[in-house]
Design a binder for this molecule. Structure first.
Ligand code: ZN
Length: 143
């Protein structure tokens, strides 16, 4: 049996009622979007009820302001804390004083930086066979 391509027939979209050429006999809608919209219209989906947001736990009610009894024990603890803090501060100051670098005015002046000499020293030190190259300050003399 020979295959005969079906001729497109003019139909009316079942959703938007526009006329369109259907290449297949089962085609009902003019487009995929009409198919989707018709499907959604057939099966209305109510928006799911979102669970109510859980109420935040109530904040702890502020209690009475903390107060310390004014007695010998409290005063002793407070005084000891104060003395310990002072001692720690003094220790830190001593350490800083002992290990801090001297002021820049007390350091000897830095030698003048000669990059070419430094490079030659490095070459002479780490590459024994290689003599230092000619200085780039003066070009080779022409005869
Ligand atoms: Zn349509």
């Amino acid at each position: 049996m020979a295959y005969h391509k079906r001729l497109p027939t003019v139909r009316t979209c079942a959703h938007c009622h526009a006329s369109f050429e259907a290449a297949h006999k089962a085609r009902l809608y003019c487009s995929n979007s009409c198919n989707t919209l018709a499907c959604r219209a057939r099966k209305p989906r109510p928006t799911p009820d979102l669970p109510a947001r859980a109420a935040a736990p109530p904040r702890r009610a502020p209690g009475p302001a903390a107060s310390l009894p004014l007695d010998v024990q409290t005063l002793t603890v407070v005084a000891a804390g104060h003395l310990l803090g002072q001692a720690a501060w003094n220790v830190g100051a001593y350490v800083v004083e002992q290990f801090a670098l001297p002021a820049p005015a007390l350091l000897p002046p830095a030698p003048a930086l000669d990059r070419k000499a430094s490079l030659d020293q490095l070459v002479a030190r780490y590459v024994p066979g290689l003599a230092p190259g000619p200085t780039d300050a003066e070009p080779p003399a022409e005869p």
